[in-house]
Design a binder for this molecule. Sequence first.
Ligand code: GSH
Length: 226
Amino acid sequence: MGERAEMMAAYRLYWSERTGAFAPAAVMAELELPCEAVRIEKAAREEAAYRALNPMGQIPTLVLPDGRVMSESAAIVLYMAQQVPDSGLVPKASEAIHPLFLRWLFFCQCNLYETVLRFAYPARYTDGDDVAAVADVRSAAAARMDALWDIVAAAIGDGSDSGPPYFFAARFTVLDIYIAMLSAWHPDPPALLRRLPVLARLVGATVARPAIAPLWRTYHMHAGPA
Ligand SMILES: N[C@@H](CCC(=O)N[C@@H](CS)C(=O)NCC(=O)O)C(=O)O
């Protein structure tokens, strides 16, 4: 544990494998912020105690050291990174990339994450008893995901396959963590990464980072959405 983690009260992060808790966990690991990771099973997410924290019963949920509660993965990663403003993990408002950073972080949460949920829980988006309709929602979500990844890949770095790997070239931000997480929930991540080498380089560089590599394994991120 780094010096910063030893000096501070812990953030409590509810997590389980293959979920959106990966991004906040990775940001906290990069920043050496103290994190009490509480693993929560599917059944426990339905219980009143967890619903009181997160009425959607979803993961991630983050409880701040003073007891305030956050949900929404993009909000959490932004908040966490802002706790250490000089880390550079979130561009400052004065930086030219700041509006682009916000644009693409929210693009990824509003579009890609939402499409992953349609793929993972298709029955929620149609008559759940209609097997054909459920299959249609799922295959439409898969096609949509590919179209969205094309858009994201076209915006990564300088568009070349040989420059610095991150979304903002040599500048690593929480957007890289967020994108790596979402890529793992594609129906066929190896095929996605083969198709989009610029995305493969971003994901490869991000998950190889010393603070992030162990979490990628702990979260079983290669195995699709929970
Ligand atoms: N908008 C939320 C979505 C969170 C979410 O859907 N998490 C998934 C795991 S990756 C979950 O808890 N799914 C269970 C469910 O929706 O019932 C966020 O960005 O944090």
